[in-house]
Write a protein that binds this ligand. Structure first.
Ligand code: SAM
Length: 291
């Protein structure tokens, strides 16, 4: 006897025939589980990069479904740590945006020189290449010794690598041109020692750096800064989360302080965008004009 299909059954049938809808439910459950179990909150990250990261992580762990992956990650903290490195998209490099670096050299460094001490926050610093880039710039501009640089990332494994300040020599040599384009005053090689096949950045560059774990999603403001660099992180956040992070960055800047964003980022989602002025056309460096 034919029987009428209830609303719930119809929805279940629809879900059965559509892998992507089930997959989206599984991903949501995975993210809820991670949040409840470990406190990391990826629920408002943009879905596509997140999905790619999840599937890469699943392949590495040899699990066939998101639900199976959820089971694994909730019971194995080392799996969670490996997930962070995949899903956080930790691609980085030195002097990544030469125009921005030149603007910081020419606009921000002179302002920092007027203070006896100043604070810089580099948020989402990954494995530290960006931090050494700014430390080199500040050293060349004569402001490093009066600067404290707070370098933070969600992922402690990234910070551990960053702290060492030692990278494959071949790779670091390839940044020589970017260094020059960003206004470098000598040679990038002046700033590191060659140890075997590694380039080890001089300890003096680290003397002003404080490394710490900090999440732009769950953690609050911890100081007021003359310059905040937050590049290529907000791009992975949905609009609501970008708003939240922008508010945190805005609240953490002194009046007259500078905010540097990645090339593909903007102030569009920033609730306080009217209180910033762009320092140079085409460069994502903004100055906070109000308190
Ligand atoms: C693509 S990398 C950008 C690295 C560097 N800023 C650059 O531009 O080269 C993104 C970094 O953001 C970090 N990240 C992701 N979510 C974060 C969050 N909620 N709070 C702080 N850092 C986060 C990741 O761990 C990763 O190291």
């Amino acid at each position: 006897m034919a029987h009428a299909v209830s609303g719930a059954e119809a929805k279940a049938l629809r879900l059965d025939s559509s892998g992507t809808e089930i997959e989206e439910i599984e991903i949501r459950l995975l993210l809820e589980g991670i949040h409840l179990c470990y406190g990391y909150d990826f629920r408002e990250y943009t879905l596509n990069p997140l999905r790619r990261g999840i599937f890469t992580a699943m392949a590495r762990e040899h699990v066939p479904t998101v639900s199976a992956y959820q089971d694994l990650i909730l019971h194995d903290a080392s799996c969670m740590q490996r997930f962070l490195s995949t899903v956080g998209v930790n691609v980085t490099s030195m002097f990544r945006d030469a125009d921005l670096m030149r603007a910081v050299r020419e606009e921000v460094a002179p302002m920092l020189r007027t203070y006896p001490s100043s604070r810089v926050w580099i948020a989402g610093c990954a494995t530290g290449e960006e931090v050494y880039s700014f430390a080199i710039l500040f050293e060349e501009e004569g402001v490093l010794d009066r600067c404290t640089i707070y370098a933070t990332d969600l992922n402690e494994d990234m910070i551990a690598v960053a702290r060492l300040g030692s990278y494959p020599l071949e790779r670091i040599r390839r940044y020589e041109e970017a260094y020059r384009e960003s206004g470098g005053r000598g040679s990038l090689a002046d700033h590191y020692a060659v140890v075997g096949r590694s380039a080890r950045f001089h300890r003096s560059l680290q003397s002003s750096v404080t490394w710490a774990r900090h999440s732009l999603v769950g953690d609050g403001s911890f100081n007021d800064f003359h310059l905040i660099v937050c590049a290529n992180v907000l791009i992975y956040f949905r609009d609501s989360l970008q708003q939240h992070a922008h508010r945190l960055l805005y609240d953490s800047l002194i009046r007259g302080g500078y905010l540097a964003l990645g090339k593909r980022e903007s102030l569009l989602s920033c609730p306080d965008r009217d209180h910033y002025e762009q320092v140079r056309d085409g460069v994502n460096l903004f100055r906070k004009t109000r308190w």
